[in-house]
Write a protein that binds this ligand. Sequence first.
Ligand SMILES: *Cc1c(COP(=O)(O)O)cnc(C)c1O
Length: 452
Amino acid sequence: MKKLQYERPVIQRLNVGVMNKFGTKTEYAPVTHIDGVSVKGLIGKHGSPLFVISEKTIRQTFKDANRAFKTRYPKVQFAWSYKTNYMNAVCNVFHQEGSWGEVVSGFEYQKALKNGVPGSKIIFNGPDKTETDLRLAINNDSLLHIDHLDELYLIKELAMDMKKKPRVAIRVNMDTGVYPMWDRFGFNYENGQAWDAINKIMLNDCMELVGLHSHIGTFMLAPSAYGVAAAKLSDLALGIRKKYKKNIQYIDMGGGFASKNTLKGSYLQGVDASPNFDQFAEAISTAILNAGFLENELPLLILETGRALIDEAGYLLGTVISNKRLSDGRRATIMDFGVNIMFTSFWYDHKISPAQSFSQYTEDAVLYGPLCMNIDVIRENVTLPPLKRDDHVVVHCVGAYNMTQWMQFISLRPAIVLIDMNEEPHVIRKRETLGSIEGDEVLPNYLKDFKI
Ligand SMILES: *Cc1c(COP(=O)(O)O)cnc(C)c1O
């Protein structure tokens, strides 16, 4: 018999009830139910992995945000950022709460129209609006947010051709004290590009300049940056009032407020590190109110907040496939969901809770997804009670971007369930099938036969 190769034994330290940098552990209570609906029941019925969205959390978060702004500023309008999560059910909850639609492509624009958003309440952002998109949006009297001069000239051409006067705004980028600066979108404030675009619109009389827009970044942790941006947009609006005797109807502050997720490398957890809506609202409203507008000329304040409104409402339920020891002795747990459906694990340390009760022991582990790819890491280091094959987990705060940036790679994308206000689950997107994936493929006839 051949001698077996020696495998080094590992002595693994298990922790129990020890202090960590935040005191004693409280994070790992099992999550067996979401809004009263059993996690095991959901997985049993709809399979694993499974995205779950809480309608209660969406509506509550929206109300918090709305109250934060409406108690500080007289005229406020939210517009739902479609790219953050464009499941129609999700969009419609926001529309029921009063949000307009904010889109960045022709496809999203069509979706908003189909959902029943009046054209005049759709904000069209983004650098890539085709001529067809623009014609449709101009016919529907939508708000066109101009990103670059080529777009400005194209809109002018279309306006003359269609004998219409489109309502437009310009996107303005600026130094808000947060770096790297997002200066690739729109026209720069400091170097005069913004004024150049304004003059080109005002002196051409083919478009109506109704608003000024900025979207200074994403997952912003500094409310003061929004104060700076709001002051700079207000300055432009007052300058336009002075030079052209024209009132700008709205100032759109875009999105980018941080959600409660924890950024990789952050010392504090997201719940403690991220500012709340009141802090963002205070910075923005103070800047506009103090800018010098006459009382009856205060612009409408538009907000296109995405992730901060939806992240916490989304959960991902999953199942343990296996455990193994890495060559250095670390525990590795392989889950049935990977970065293909949880894109945000590239920049967040998502909170993950076991879905069943467990012993008081914990061990540091690496959480891997099921893909045959080395980059498929869900958590590089997480302290969890040891999970067994077929145990379930609940990943928190995955409502933003995962359901739009997910890729169909190696495995089929899971179903999405919305739990309504009465704690009833509804499938809002079916699990993908081979048929739904191959539906658009075409196999040329000459490739159909082979002998191997
Ligand atoms: C993506 C985007 C938003 C939403 O950003 P969040 O970071 O999700 O709040 C809003 N406005 C514009 C123009 C965007 O591109």
